[in-house]
Unconditional design. Structure first.
Length: 187
């Protein structure tokens, strides 16, 4: 079994990777993208993931481990393997605000209009969710970042139960730093 943490950009995938790593699940990352103001604890990315459609041979090393993948690439996972997918969800206005701030910090401008991005993201999720739930080789668990930040103990427990692994739940809980929850939706 291979564990994949996925979701839209800026939805909490790096936090979930931190939690799983702190819980004792080996994570695969190349540390090419360094921590910065947007992700002070790191991105936990693996460049090979972006080219999975062309080369998935590295998945041989991923058995019993975890890696992170943006949701648009889930369609490219080879169907002959089994995956447990932790899919992160988040309030859409928070995703858009976080993405815009990150793009500005990187000097790339604000990016596409929020309404346009929201329409794209929602259309993608409407297609992906039923596809993901219909895959026999994939078992999906949907974790909402907002709910995780509101009740970390509950979501650490639910995540560990989904994975059905002996994980250090206290370590996972300690990885949740509420001070890093900065782009909040207005109440």
């Amino acid at each position: 079994m291979i564990v994949v943490v996925s979701g839209l950009p800026r939805c909490g995938t790096s936090l979930m990777m931190q939690m799983l790593s702190a819980g004792g699940l080996p994570v695969i990352t190349d540390d090419e993208r360094k921590p910065d103001a947007d992700n002070p604890r790191g991105y936990f990315e693996l460049e090979k993931v972006k080219k999975i459609k062309q080369d998935s041979s590295w998945l041989d090393e991923a058995e019993g481990k975890c890696f992170k993948m943006v949701s648009m690439l889930l369609f490219d996972l080879p169907p002959e393997r089994c995956y447990k997918v932790i899919f992160m969800l988040r309030n859409m206005s928070e995703i858009l605000a976080s993405q815009a701030l990150m793009l500005e910090r990187l000097g790339r401008g604000r990016g596409p209009d929020d309404a346009e991005m929201q329409k794209f993201f929602e259309s993608h999720l409407a297609q992906l969710r039923p596809w993901l739930e219909g895959r026999e080789n994939m078992h999906a668990f949907f974790c909402n970042y907002n709910d995780l930040m509101a009740d970390p103990e509950r979501w650490v427990s639910k995540t560990a139960d989904f994975l059905d692994m002996e994980l250090n739940r206290q370590g996972m809980l300690a990885a949740v730093d509420k001070s890093l929850y900065r782009n909040r939706a207005q109440a």
